[in-house]
Design a protein around this ligand. Structure first.
Ligand SMILES: [Zn+2]
Length: 324
């Protein structure tokens, strides 16, 4: 009887090791925290698109260590990377992770949520992301990543929903620090959230800022995104951390690249839409030389331009819509 129980226990542990092995395929990329202020750290992903060579580590995340626990901002792009981030936090502090704030429900920021949930953290996101985890778009993206990021994204990977869906701005105190969560969407996505660590004036803004690579504008509302950038500049952060690219200590100057790119998309594609020029022709005619050498140009630029073309078309058809 006793030996049967031992065998059962051994089998159970093998099964669970296999399961966690499947869920958390090993990585060789390093997730190394950079300290930007007394309590705030971030990790810097590769500048290119998610790929097998960067093992999906192409986005940033951050964390704030307080005497009453840790607050995390975004969870990286695979369960394995989320676990690496959690282990990196463990090397800095033994405080528990209390909360993860999700900037938006794009794969490269949320597929790493699972290990944080398992560690007991509460996930917060904006209500406008509520439908995403069960949507056809989420399923399609997951299928794509199970191929392009195998084995790190696999059958065990799922899109973890938030525990709390914010309707608007929120704030809380933890360990003597004030955390302000701002709803800054719709911009890059409808559900964009930013997090300000008030006493240290460090602001996380997710994908409102792309530094050193072509932004991904997918289904973004670029007009509202430009307004959100103005709002971010108005906060005058000492350190600004975007979803891709290095942290900035000169917010206005470093937001300029994203801003100029969005303005250029809207201008060129807006003129084409206005003149009823066919998209392909307009795209080929547009001068992209300022951007063509940057990481992610090949995968993102044409789609960005097409989205801008469609948006500008509908904006030009909708009287009273503010125009760029
Ligand atoms: Zn994004």
């Amino acid at each position: 009887m006793r030996s049967a129980r031992v065998v059962a226990a051994v089998l159970a542990s093998i099964v669970s090791a296999m399961a966690s092995g499947a869920e958390y395929a090993p990585l060789t990329v390093k997730v190394s925290p950079v300290r930007v202020s007394k309590h705030v750290y971030y990790v810097l992903g590769d500048l290119g698109p998610a790929s097998r060579s960067n093992q999906g580590f192409n986005s940033n995340a951050g964390f704030v260590v307080t005497s009453e626990g840790v607050v995390v901002f975004d969870a990286l792009g695979t369960p394995s990377l989320g676990r690496e981030l959690l282990q990196a936090i463990r090397r800095v502090t033994d405080q528990p992770v209390r909360r993860v704030i999700v900037s938006h429900y794009h794969a490269d920021h949320v597929y790493g949520l699972r290990p944080f949930k398992e560690a007991g953290a509460e996930v917060w996101a904006h209500r406008r992301g509520y439908d995403y985890p069960q949507s056809a778009a989420a399923a399609a993206r997951l299928e794509e990543r199970r191929t392009s990021l195998a084995p790190w994204v696999n059958e065990a990977t799922s899109v973890v929903p938030a525990d709390r869906w914010l309707e608007s701005d929120a704030s809380f105190r933890l360990g003597g620090l004030t955390f302000r969560v701002f709803a800054v969407g719709p911009a890059h996505t409808p559900e964009d959230l930013a997090l300000l660590v008030e006493e240290e004036n460090v602001l996380f803004i997710g994908d409102l800022m792309f530094a050193g690579r072509i932004p991904f504008t997918g289904d973004a509302d670029t007009g509202a995104w430009l307004e959100a950038i103005e709002k971010v500049i108005g906060y005058r952060p000492t350190v600004l951390i975007g979803g891709h690219g290095e942290a900035s200590r000169s917010a206005e100057a470093d937001l300029e690249f994203t801003r100029e790119y969005l303005v250029y998309l809207r201008k060129t594609m807006g003129e084409a839409a206005e003149a009823l020029t066919d998209f392909s022709e307009a795209y080929d005619r547009t001068d992209w030389t300022r951007y063509a050498h940057l990481p992610a140009f090949e995968v993102a630029n044409r789609r960005n331009a097409y989205n801008a073309y469609l948006r500008m078309q509908s904006e030009s058809l909708a009287p009273g819509t503010p125009r760029q």
